[in-house]
Design a binder for this molecule. Structure first.
Ligand code: UD1
Length: 378
């Protein structure tokens, strides 16, 4: 249990922890951490920056993960990186000043993560980074910049895989600040897998069980360059002649497809089906029952590893090399010929057994809460 914080405040309250979330991949990481802290008697304050605001990218996840409604919503919306980051910083500063949390927890690598960390650091408030130490070594990725800066500013760094420690030590972080706790996103997956296995989404969409491809695509490096985007979409169309392809498209990707004359592919009735983003539980089911997942997401590389579904990642590098070494993930880049070839080769291969990775066991949230409880006494 958390000790009363008499050293910080006179009211003897339990430890007050402020959680910052903003974009879709944050929600499944924050939920198990918040739950574990609450069980130990901490007081959670949840701040949603509003980086993602579409129902399908935000509220659906709050409902399905049973996250409490945010205590504070910053409503920053979409903008350039500088504008979005600056807006979050401006709006979160008074919240942090007023609430003066004992610890602020940021997750992942989105703009909300780095913005909140910067403000905390300037206010001399301690920050914990969940999913610290991941590195793609590709500084053209906005997320890589967010990861490096956030880690430099964090007091506690919670890592999901052993190589993260090496990455952090190389950047001058004191190993005593780093705690290998496992993967809280896998806590959410474990907690929701039974429910996902009751989902009828595969039948509702009329997909052949075990015989379809699921695609997600949103990285600027893939979707902002019209030639690249067009090559990928045409490769998906080609793939769909062999296997039905379900493509729940991120709003950013749809916007780019419209801007670059790929409207003809935004339809729900072909073998390549471009649909709205899908909720957490149904998407878990789809990943579980797909023949192949094609993606440029970070989290999906991890989820497919645990589910045992072959994942072809449309990138040249990954900050999650453990999914390639121990899992079912293969980096294939975004060359259209390679996409078609790899999907064909993979669709004939045997499905592998789901993998177990060190500490990806559903208890990462608990370990984080435990570490914070012992840290809190200092
Ligand atoms: C962000 C994260 C990325 C994460 C991804 C998950 C950063 C730098 N990137 O990328 O790491 O993998 O979320 O989805 O933080 N949009 C909407 N509705 C929304 C949100 C966005 O229509 O609710 C559209 C807007 O046109 C916006 C664009 O998507 O300009 C990009 O959104 P943004 O939050 O900037 O980045 P993502 O591409 O979503």
């Amino acid at each position: 249990m958390f000790p009363p914080r008499d050293d910080h405040r006179s009211d003897g309250d339990s430890m007050r922890i402020l959680h910052v979330v903003g974009a879709r991949p944050n929600f499944m990481k924050a939920a198990p951490v918040m739950r574990a802290l609450e069980k130990r008697g901490a007081t959670n304050v949840l701040v949603h920056t509003g980086q993602h605001y579409d129902r399908a990218l935000s509220q659906t996840f709050f409902d399905e993960l049973e996250l409490p409604p945010p205590d504070i919503h910053l409503e920053v919306g979409s903008a350039s990186h500088a504008e979005q980051t600056a807006r979050i910083m401006e709006r979160i500063e008074p919240v942090l000043t007023e609430r003066s949390p004992d610890l602020t927890i940021v997750v992942g690598d989105v703009n909300s993560t780095v913005a909140a960390s910067l403000v905390c650091a300037k206010l001399l408030l301690p920050v914990a980074h969940v999913e610290a130490g991941l590195r793609s070594f590709d500084r053209t990725m906005p997320e890589e910049i967010n990861r490096i800066v956030t880690d430099q500013l964090s007091t506690l760094l919670f890592t999901t895989s052993p190589e993260a420690m090496d990455n952090l030590v190389r950047e001058g972080i004191d190993p005593a600040q780093v705690h290998f706790v496992g993967n809280p996103m896998i806590d959410s997956l474990t907690n929701h897998l039974d429910q996902a296995r009751r989902s009828t989404i595969v039948e509702q969409l009329g997909l052949p069980d075990g015989g379809f491809v699921v695609v997600t695509l949103h990285r600027p490096s893939n979707v902002d360059d019209p030639e690249k985007l067009s090559g990928i979409v045409k490769a998906l169309d080609e793939v769909s002649r062999d296997l039905p392809v379900l493509f729940p498209a991120h709003p950013r990707t749809v916007k780019m497809m419209r801007t670059h004359g790929l409207d003809a592919f935004i339809r729900e009735d072909g073998a390549l089906r471009c649909v709205e983003p899908i909720g957490y539980i149904d998407f878990l089911r789809l990943m579980d029952r797909a023949r192949i997942v094609l993606t440029d997401s970070g989290g999906i590389q991890e989820e497919t590893t645990i589910l045992g579904t072959p994942c072809l990642t449309l990138r040249d590098n990954t900050e999650r090399p453990i999914t390639v070494e121990l899992g079912t993930n293969t980096l294939i880049g975004s060359d259209p010929g390679a996409i078609v070839r790899e999907v064909r080769a993979r669709s004939r291969a045997e499905r592998q057994e789901p993998k177990t990775l060190p500490l990806w066991d559903g208890n990462a949230g608990e370990r984080i809460a435990e570490t914070i409880a012992s840290w809190g006494g200092h």
